[in-house]
Design a protein around this ligand. Structure first.
Ligand code: ADP
Length: 658
């Protein structure tokens, strides 16, 4: 990423991410990829601004921790280690009334020298003053490393617009080496993560959070500390640098709307906007003081990122006290003393932009996400991308997933819920059918038992009552009685044979049959009164299908008998056969009395009958139901028994798979 040969300044803690996409939204360069339900930082795209670290409530993004390396340096007696303390420290270590205690604590860690980076800022400010005074190009300040990386990687055409001036950190490191020798080791301590990759002129970079960890680990607390001042050279106004407009104050420039030619802004959105406008040539001859964070005092390396204004006030309080205490003559002398120090900086184009995918491909992805018309582009930003178009591009580049689109996911959820409702309904009706089938199965077992026991004695009764009847003289009054016994015994046999049928209906003997002919034949075993008209219609091209003939005949005779019995005053019995590709539908309808609403649900229940005693058994329809189910078919009923609602009648609809 930077020049310090460190690319992985921000990494992901796998498993912690709850995919809220806040990091995607806050990442100025979209260096986040959603992999296996986790938002992962792509180090080869990252500019180290640390926004993702700041915004991740789950702490799933962490900055590279170098405190062990720093400890190793400090423990090596042969190495002279110099701390370079960033000017934002008063905003972090607000618990100290006197900064000297804090400096003493840093010294206690083992640093040989503790220097103020703000003196580097004093030197840099002087360079800025010279440059901004004489130049007539747009300048982008280069003291924020995230801004520098952003330009180098994503707007490389603008690298000549970066102020060719070293950052305060690099400036003070050069001063330190000038003062204490080239072989010293420098450790920058500040609020910034991008600094870890900024420059190979600095050996190590610690955040304030890491510094606190070191204090804790080494049991360094203010009570046991001997307060001390910073090592020379002490700074002046450079201490204001970590505030937005801090640089401006230093170079005594104004961002007055009429007078000034300075634009000062902070935050990833504003800095991107400003740089884009420079690139598009929309602003000319302006100097941009940009910060990626909301000022360094809100940097991701601060242990607490709240209370912006309190932090601001702490800096200003510190600077005020400092300036009162400042030996201005000595400070001026110091600034002059280091005039020889080279404060130049160079930048290189390191383009990391990706080629945009073909528009047609983007449109395809948008369509998949349900964005067909302009009005479907809600650009709600819930996915983390500014526009639906940007999101679709990221999907094609492999960084994002379609399901990150919230409106699309909600729409899909609605569909799933609808499907689930339909499935639930189906499940309910299957449950009911299952219950019914269970009832029938129990009925079957019971029937088999009863039928078996009754069949033989009934045979004997029938045989002997017939013999008695034949032996009696026609004029004998007893002959009539015997005839009654024969008739009732026959009726009992019919019921028993019905029950036996019921018991036997768990096996099918299928054979290829012409269904229409079978229906015609079924009518031959039914007595059709003259006042009833029967019609059979079929549109089947191929009436042949595999069914159990014997059982299916029973289905139709039962339905036909019921229909006829429902039309004592005459009417029409229509049987209509229609064919679909994979099933045949048979409708048996009559113009009879119809079935009342309350009886409709009981039709297929064994022994349910509305017919008078001696006429109905209530076995017919359960038998029909069982046979149809055995054929993997379906039977439903439509009926109207209320003449006020239209013509009365009943229609049984059977569907049989081919
Ligand atoms: P059963 O005919 O012996 O009564 P079913 O099981 O065949 O036994 O029929 C049960 C009941 O369903 C009948 O008693 C009758 O009330 C009603 N039913 C069946 N078919 C019709 C129909 N086509 N029209 C009116 N009611 C019918």
């Amino acid at each position: 990423m930077g020049h310090a040969n460190r690319d992985n300044v921000v990494t992901t803690v796998k498993g912690k991410c709850r995919v809220c996409f806040t990091c995607v939204r806050e990442c100025p360069v979209k260096a986040i990829k959603i992999i296996d339900g986790q938002a992962e930082v792509l180090s080869d795209r990252c500019i180290g601004c640390g926004n993702c670290v700041s915004v991740c409530s789950q702490n799933a993004k962490v900055a590279l921790n170098l405190k062990d390396d720093v400890e190793n340096l400090l423990n090596d007696e042969n190495k002279k280690v110099v701390a370079l303390l960033a000017p934002s420290f008063p905003a972090e270590f607000t618990e100290f009334d006197d900064y000297k205690t804090f400096v003493g604590m840093v010294r206690k860690l083992g640093f040989d020298k503790v220097l103020e980076v703000s003196f580097g800022a004093d030197l840099v400010a002087r360079e800025y003053q010279k440059l901004l005074g004489e130049s007539n190009v747009n300048f982008i300040n280069s003291d924020c490393p995230a801004i520098v990386f952003y330009v180098e990687h994503y707007h490389p055409e603008l690298i000549n617009n970066l102020t060719p001036i070293a950052s305060p950190m690099v400036a003070i490191a050069r001063v330190a080496k000038h003062l204490h020798g080239e072989d010293i080791y420098t450790v920058f301590i500040g609020p910034c993560i991008a600094k870890k990759a900024e420059s190979d002129e600095i050996n190590e970079v610690l955040t304030f959070s890491e510094l606190r960890e070191l204090f804790e680990k080494n049991d360094i607390s203010p009570e046991k500390i001997e307060p001390s001042r910073f090592d020379e050279p002490e700074s002046g106004m450079g201490a204001l640098f970590p505030l937005s407009r801090g640089l401006l104050h230093n170079v005594k420039k104004s961002d007055d709307i009429i007078e000034g030619n300075m634009i000062v802004d902070a935050g990833q959105n504003n800095m991107r906007e400003a740089i884009k406008e420079i690139e598009n040539g929309e602003i000319e001859n302006y100097n941009l003081e940009l910060l990626c964070c909301k000022g360094c005092i809100m940097g991701p390396g601060m242990s607490d990122r709240n209370n912006y204004y309190f932090k601001w006030s702490q800096i200003s309080k510190y600077v005020k006290a400092k300036l009162q205490d400042l030996n201005v003559e000595k400070w001026k002398k110091n600034v002059e003393k280091y005039i020889e120090i080279d404060l130049s900086q160079t930048f290189s184009k390191r383009d990391r932009r990706e080629r945009l995918p073909a528009e047609s491909d983007v449109e395809k992805v948008l369509k998949e996400m349900g964005k067909v018309n302009e009005s479907d582009h809600l650009n709600c930003g819930a996915c983390g991308y500014e526009t639906c178009f940007d999101h679709a591009v990221a999907v094609l580049q492999g960084y994002a997933e379609e399901k990150m689109c919230l409106p699309f996911t909600i729409e899909q959820l609605h569909q799933y819920i609808e499907e689930l409702n339909t499935t639930n309904e189906k499940l309910m009706s299957t449950k009911q059918e299952l219950k019914h089938s269970e009832k029938l199965a129990h009925m079957g077992q019971l029937s088999a038992g009863i039928a078996h026991e009754l069949n033989n004695p009934l045979g004997v009764i029938t045989m002997y009552s017939n013999i008695i009847m034949d032996e009696l003289d026609d004029n004998d009054q007893k002959k009539e009685d015997a005839k009654l016994i024969v008739e009732q015994a026959e009726r009992c046999k019919k019921i028993v044979s019905g029950l036996l049928n019921f018991a036997r209906k768990n096996k099918l003997k299928v054979q290829e049959t012409d269904i229409v002919k079978l229906i015609e034949n079924s009518l031959s075993s039914v007595i059709i009164p003259d006042n009833i008209e029967v019609n059979i219609n079929s549109d089947l091209e191929n009436p042949r299908m595999r069914i159990d003939n014997e059982q299916m005949i029973q289905v139709f005779t039962n339905l036909e008998k019921n229909a006829i019995e429902a039309m004592p005053g005459g009417g029409k019995l229509n049987i209509c056969v229609t064919g679909k590709e994979d099933e045949v539908e048979i409708r048996v309808s009559d113009t009879g009395d119809g079935i009342s609403e309350e009886n409709k649900n009981k039709l297929f229940t064994p022994f349910f009958t509305t017919k008078e005693v001696g006429k109905g058994t209530g076995i017919g329809l359960p038998l029909v139901y069982g046979i149809i189910k055995m054929h993997n078919g379906k039977i439903t009923v439509n009926s109207n028994a209320d003449a006020n609602r239209g013509p009365t009648g009943t229609e049984f609809i059977i569907t049989l798979p081919r």
